[in-house]
Design a protein around this ligand. Structure first.
Ligand SMILES: Nc1ncnc2c1ncn2[C@@H]1O[C@H](COP(=O)(O)OP(=O)(O)O)[C@@H](O)[C@H]1O
Ligand SMILES: [Mg+2]
Length: 344
């Protein structure tokens, strides 16, 4: 990679939090008032990575892995304990204002819009805050309204929107100043399938058409598979995987869980390549399917020719199970960046 190609550069980035440990019971609590005890939590532990202009990177990990803390340092909300981060050549936590003009950010759990104001007015306030000139704003807004289908609720107060509608507005709000980099922290959390789909389509288009660099934090492996060419997996503050999503898919996402319900309780499944029965309960069976051995379509049709199916669902492996899998397989896989995981 050419050095000046990198739009985000993270070097030995670390964040520790000092948390109070209070004593047990009244006496203990009283004592800890005078004799404070702290414990250090290392939320992000000396991570290194860089992102090129136009990349779409998935940033995943279990709860508490340090994803939001990383995003907060990259957006200038938190100052690192040590190490450095640069976004578009700026150090975000030293140039908060300037950095804010160059990035967009959405925290799925929190809105940046004004709860009681109509959506349109929130956008207008943000236009003033970001000092976007009228013509540029009008042009950008017209595009966003169309792409995110905002027109039906522009005059509604934010508090009246559904979660999916609010998220579309939050995305639009983060893009009013047309930033080259977009940070998204769990933007699809709690959304239904259709709402997720519309957000995904929009993000893919932004990345493709505008060349926006996007860092997406998510729990949803479907988001990753659809959107992110590259994936960084964080575990307890350290990077344990940084490579193309296709590499992960090839090596780890080969097992899916199939939940199937038949009409008849006494169904005995004849052998299907790659399929093992994990659990049975009445008419329901839980199967494990290894897609290196057969395609999911073949499995479903093999099941359907054997018995009458009442209901069937195919589940992706969870982020948690993939991380466990990576640990189990790490010695066999030289392409993974484990120097990151185990070096200080
Ligand atoms: N402001 C804070 N004060 C103390 N501990 C924190 C704070 N923010 C996060 N942490 C801790 O840091 C770790 C990483 O948190 P976070 O970055 O929010 O994880 P994630 O977003 O991956 O779920 C967790 O153990 C969390 O409890
Ligand atoms: Mg988080």
């Amino acid at each position: 990679m050419k050095k000046d190609d990198a739009i985000i550069e993270v070097k030995k980035l670390k964040k520790e939090f000092k948390v109070n440990i209070s004593g047990e019971g009244f006496a203990g609590k009283l004592k800890s008032l005078f004799q404070r005890k702290y414990k250090l939590i290392t939320a992000v532990n000396s991570i290194n990575f860089s992102v090129r202009r136009g990349e779409f990177v998935g940033y995943v990990g279990e709860n508490g892995a340090g994803k939001s803390t990383t995003i907060k340092m990259l957006t200038g909300i938190l100052v690192p304990t040590s190490g450095t981060a640069k976004v578009g050549g700026l150090i975000p936590y030293e140039n908060r204002k300037k950095n804010a003009e160059k990035i967009g950010v959405v925290f799925g759990q929190r809105t940046q819009l004004w709860w009681d104001l109509p959506v349109r007015e929130s956008f207008d306030l943000l236009r003033v805050i970001f000092r976007v000139a009228r013509p540029a704003y009008d042009y950008q807004m017209e595009k966003l309204k169309k792409a995110l289908d905002l027109k039906p609720f522009l005059d509604m107060p934010v508090r009246k929107l559904s979660l999916g509608q609010r998220m579309r507005c939050d995305l639009a709000a983060s893009l009013i100043h047309n930033p080259p980099v977009l940070f998204l922290d769990e933007p699809t959390i709690g959304l239904d399938v259709l709402a997720k789909e519309s957000i995904r389509n929009f993000l893919a288009e932004m990345n493709r058409e505008e060349g926006t660099t996007i860092i997406l934090t998510t729990h949803d492996m479907n988001d990753i598979e659809h959107l992110c060419k590259r994936l960084i997996i964080l575990d307890e503050g350290r990077i344990i995987f940084d490579d193309e999503t296709a590499v992960l898919k090839k090596n780890f996402i080969h097992e899916k869980q199939i939940e199937v319900e038949f009409y008849d309780e006494a169904c005995f499944i004849k052998e299907i390549p790659g399929v093992t029965v994990v659990r049975e309960e009445g008419c329901k069976k839980w199967l494990k399917h290894d897609n290196k051995k057969s395609g999911i379509g073949e499995v479903i049709s093999a099941l359907a020719t054997q018995f009458k199916i009442k209901d069937i669902s195919v589940k992706e492996p969870s982020v948690e199970s993939i991380i466990r899998n990576i640990y189990d397989n790490r010695i066999a896989l030289p392409m993974m960046t484990f120097e990151n995981a185990f070096s200080e």
